[in-house]
Design a protein around this ligand. Sequence first.
Ligand code: GAR
Length: 210
Amino acid sequence: KKRIVVLISGNGSNLQAILDRSLEQNIHGQVVAVISNRPDAYGLTRAEQREVDTQVLDHTEFETREAYDYQLKNLIDSYHPDLVVLAGFMRILSDPLVMHYHGRMLNIHPSLLPKYKGLNTHSRAIEAGDTEHGASVHFVTPELDDGPVVIQSKVPVFKDDTELELAARVQEQERNIYPLVIEWFCRGRLTMENNKAYLDGNEIPENGYA
Ligand code: GAR
C-alpha cells in the first residue's frame, strides 16, 4: 500500500471521504498522517477517530514562510510518504517544498481551473454570472493552482444561489473525485511529466477528465 500524508486547515470533509474510501474500498493507499497548520481544525478529530496520527504545525509560531515550510517538509518526510494530499490546506507553498514533492503532491481546488485561482471561488463564480462551476484535482507545481489538471467535476449554478449553497454543491462532487484520483495514483496509473498529467500512459486533456 502507498503511504499518504494529508494536509488540512479546517473541516476535513475531503479527508473524511479519503479515509472512508480507503476503508471501504481498497484504494491501495493508507493515510499515515494528517498534518494541520491550525490547532482547531475539525479534520484532526476526524483523523483521531480513525486512529490516524495527527500533527499540528502552527504557522503563527514561525517568522517566515521559508522557516515554516522547512519544518513542514521535515515533518512530512518523517512519515516517508509516496503521496502528499492537500485537502483544504489554506497556505501557499514555497517553491522548494513544492519541488521536493514534484509529481507526488495533489491538490483539490474549488473551481473549474484555470478559472478562479486563489480564494473566494464560489462568490466569484456567482458574481460573474457563471452557469456552471465545480472543482478540479491537479498536481501541484510552483505556480499557484496552476499544475496539470487530472479531473474536473461540474455543477450548475442556479439563479438565486448563495455562496454557501454553491459551496455545498461543489463539495459534494469533491468527495467523489478526490478519492478516485488518489486511487489512480496509488495504483501507479497516474503520473506527471513535463508539466503534463498521464493516466495509464495517456496524456490527460488540458482541463482534465470531466
Ligand atoms: C474544499 O472545498 C477545497 O476545495 C477548498 O477548501 C475546502 C476544504 O474543505 N480548497 C481550497 O480552497 C484550496 N485553496 P474540507 O476541509 O471540508 O475538505
